[in-house]
Design a protein around this ligand. Structure first.
Ligand code: APR
Length: 245
């Protein structure tokens, strides 16, 4: 097996589930309880901005009561202790649990709950309280703020940087994502074109499971710390068995 240097990690809602943050596509998930078109599209925001602000205000409140779990902390430990290259977390999550768990290199490709976007000047400003249409942009002073979330039909953030990280990676981990939403769902195809190994961590096979070299099924709060311990101890992933399902 080739030498592992840079490690690129994609995370989704599943890594925060054990911290009490609901996922999107389970039976009690966020999208079962809300119409995506109403709360996660630019058109929904134009139709009813109050509803959209309130939706993200509720998520922000829920996040305030949540703590990072052992999977977030294990990835932070991997970043601190991995001796042979960089460890980068690319997250689809809008929570800040990776940062609070200790990770330094985190890319939020779908935006952040604790940021606000000004439609007038384009500024992204730190935001830690409820937002509404009456709030003014801390940079330009205009009342044009919207949640800093990448909605369906919008371009994810940091696409070029993400491609560069994938291009210089030598191990790809995908944790707690259903593989339903592109471009993140397509990262595994890029990795396979670059011919380096990949591991999927999930409760069950995701939509992309057959594209991964290895799969580890179970709760991320258990499987990820266990994997990180072994990777740091052995320096390779030879301890995994190919598990094509
Ligand atoms: N441990 C591991 N995996 C888990 C756990 C857990 N404790 N709990 C749930 N999962 C898995 C589920 O099996 C599922 O495959 O996490 C995945 C969560 O999938 P989704 O709810 O679809 O979340 P995600 O993949 O992050 O969604 C991607 O879609 O709606 C948009 O913008 C939103 O960023 C989001 C994107």
């Amino acid at each position: 097996m080739t030498d592992i240097r840079n490690i690129v990690i994609l995370t989704g809602a599943g890594i925060s589930q054990e911290s009490g943050i609901p996922t999107f596509r389970s039976e009690d998930g966020l999208w079962e309880q809300h119409r995506v078109e109403d709360v996660a599209t630019p058109e929904g925001y134009i139709r009813n901005p109050v509803l959209v602000h309130n939706f993200y205000n509720r998520l922000r409140k829920n996040l305030a009561g949540a703590e990072p779990n052992s999977a977030h902390r294990a990835l932070a430990r991997l970043e601190r202790e991995w001796p042979r290259g960089s460890v980068t977390v690319i997250t689809q999550n809008i929570d800040d649990l990776h940062e609070r768990g200790g990770s330094q290199k985190v890319i939020h490709m779908h935006g952040e709950l604790k940021s606000i976007l000004c439609k007038a000047c384009g500024a992204h400003s730190v935001w830690d309280r409820d937002s509404s249409e009456d709030d003014v942009c801390p940079v330009c002073g205009r009342k044009e703020l919207r949640p800093d979330i990448v909605w369906f039909g919008e371009m994810p953030y940091f696409s070029e940087e993400i491609f560069e990280y994938l291009a210089s990676g030598s191990l790809f981990l995908s944790i707690g994502t259903s593989g339903a939403v592109y471009p993140a769902a397509g990262f595994i195809s890029t990795v396979n074109r670059l011919h380096y190994p990949s591991v999927e961590f999930n409760l069950r096979p995701s939509l992309q499971h057959s594209s991964f070299t290895f799969s580890v099924y179970g709760k991320a709060g258990i499987t990820v710390p266990d994997f990180v311990d072994k990777l740091l101890e052995k320096g390779s992933i030879d301890f995994l068995k190919k598990t094509k399902v």
